[in-house]
Design a protein around this ligand. Structure first.
Ligand SMILES: Cc1cc2nc3c(=O)[nH]c(=O)nc-3n(C[C@H](O)[C@H](O)[C@H](O)COP(=O)(O)OP(=O)(O)OC[C@H]3O[C@@H](n4cnc5c(N)ncnc54)[C@H](O)[C@@H]3O)c2cc1C
Length: 455
């Protein structure tokens, strides 16, 4: 008899859930590869991840599943992160601690407005825009943070809450002291003020290698087998190859809006809640260039509305094995959403033009490879609909024994190692909820729950 636990998706969260269930489950993955967003695509000797991916986890999951097993195969870097300030002007990230790279009058306005903000009595912060003004002052807020928010989240900053600003692994946006702001405005030595000051990256194989330790212990994964329908009341799932499974518990890492769409008997209230969830997609324009050492550091943020990308990274600087000898690689991330559709016609050409305009590519450069990776679900948008919608969706899912987990199941801002932790937590919850007979694969629901036998 099958255990009746089904895991949907073989990204890090799904693999972690399977691992922590001791293999007492079947894993179904839509794609022909494992790893989800942590996969690496290899094209003509270049490795491209799904946007800039670097590893900086330090928790127990990071140690057990990535740092210890990959150990010698990881390269440790001190992060070199830059900002573009229009045209060919660059400075170190974050601007609030390194304003010396700005034109003098802009830098002075930033400092004066910061002082003004620090002097204000505590104000009520209702949304992310308020938070930016109150924390960093008008000029840092308007010239940088709010512009960036519009680019990457594709909504107005006052539509965002501040739940995501401080994360478990350190604030995503740093508030410097007044001394740091002033020092940053006059001293060209970079000040690091970031949740990510160092990172590691596999010496070969791209970021996707970090999935290997978890994957090597998981044998029961069916690739190319996506969910096409879920009948929640009947606890039955149909897959793209015609397989049908009954479940006692389904752990799902499928993005919530898609999961709800696939669930044929999801109530109207749940469908409406799912329709309110907002996220952004990212299209990566990836280039191989016949010149070594392209790029000022590991990655650069762009604030200018007229530049299509919000970030450009240089994978060949993460690991030289990411590009053939004598070449560099560039990955440009462009956000879009239902609020800001993307015109893909001529996108590669517009991206190359913008790279030349900002001096990252030279007119004399030879581009030896052009490739595109589309990421339909990239970033969850923390707007004010998120929390009430999640309450409705998650509580109904629990009633029908579907356990969403991972970045797009919990619908959060999970880093790779947090996705591993999410899989671990859900496995424990399911194991607690179900009584797993010691030494057998038979699983019963805890008291009061209905029992469905596996097929
Ligand atoms: C642009 C970008 C940059 C990032 N940078 C970093 C970084 O620098 N460092 C870091 O630590 N993290 C980073 N992350 C986060 C990291 O990629 C995620 O936290 C992690 O990959 C999430 O894993 P997951 O298993 O929760 O979800 P996913 O990786 O999305 O896995 C879900 C799986 O479900 C599968 N699936 C979907 N639909 C179906 C279906 N119908 N049937 C069956 N299977 C299905 C998918 O194919 C996928 O394999 C970044 C993410 C993005 C998008």
């Amino acid at each position: 008899m099958s255990s009746g636990i089904i895991v949907l998706g073989a990204g890090l969260a799904g693999l972690s859930a399977a691992h922590h269930l001791g293999g007492e489950c079947e894993v179904f993955e839509r794609e022909e590869y494992i790893g989800g967003h942590c996969r690496t695509k290899r094209v003509e000797g270049f490795n491209f991840d799904e946007g800039a991916h670097v590893f900086f986890g330090k928790d127990d999951c990071s140690r057990e599943f990535v740092l210890d097993p990959l150990n010698q195969e990881l390269i440790h870097h001190r992060a070199e992160i830059w900002n573009n300030y229009g045209d060919r002007r660059y400075g170190r990230y974050p601007v609030q601690a390194n304003a010396n790279a700005l034109p003098a009058d802009l830098s002075a306005r930033c400092v004066l407005d910061f002082i003004e903000a620090v002097r204000q009595p505590d104000q009520e912060v209702l949304n992310y825009a308020d938070w930016c003004y109150a924390t960093l002052g008008k000029t840092f807020a308007e010239q940088f943070l709010l512009r960036y928010a519009r680019k990457v989240w594709t909504v107005e900053p006052d539509e965002l809450n501040t739940d995501w600003v401080a994360s478990k692994v350190g604030g995503r946006i740093s508030r410097p002291s007044l001394e740091q702001v002033i020092r940053g405005a006059i001293d060209p030595n970079p000040q690091e003020l970031n949740y990510l000051t160092g990172f590691c990256y596999p010496a070969s194989g791209g970021f996707g290698r970090i999935v290997d330790p978890l994957a090597s212990g998981t044998t029961n994964v069916r690739l190319g087998c996506g969910v096409v329908g879920i009948e929640a009341e009947a606890r039955r799932i149909t897959f793209s190859d015609g397989t049908v499974r009954h479940y006692v518990a389904a752990i799902s890492t499928i993005p919530l809006p898609t999961l709800v769409q696939l669930t044929v008997d999801a109530p109207a209230e749940v469908r409406e809640a799912a329709a309110c969830l907002m996220w952004t997609s990212v299209r990566c324009v990836n280039l191989g260039v016949a010149r070594p050492g392209v790029g000022p550091g590991h990655w650069v943020y762009f604030y200018d509305r007229d530049i299509p990308f919000f970030r450009v990274s240089f994978p060949s600087k993460f690991a030289s094995a990411n590009a053939p000898a004598g070449c560099s690689s560039i990955s440009c991330e462009i956000a879009y959403s239902r609020r800001k559709p993307l015109d893909v016609n001529g996108l590669v050409g517009r991206t190359v033009d913008a790279l030349k305009h900002t001096g990252l590519l030279l007119e004399s450069d030879t581009i030896v490879l052009e490739d595109v990776i589309d990421i339909p679900y990239a970033y969850v948008v923390f707007d004010f609909n998120r929390e009430p919608s999640l309450r409705i969706i998650h509580s109904w899912m629990e009633e029908v024994a579907i356990y969403p987990c991972g970045r797009f199941g919990e619908w959060g801002y999970h880093w790779s190692f947090e996705a591993i932790g999410s899989g671990q937590r859900v496995a424990r919850r399911v194991a607690d909820r179900l009584e797993i007979g010691a030494g057998s694969t038979e699983i019963r629901y805890a008291e009061g729950q209905r029992l469905y036998s596996g097929s």
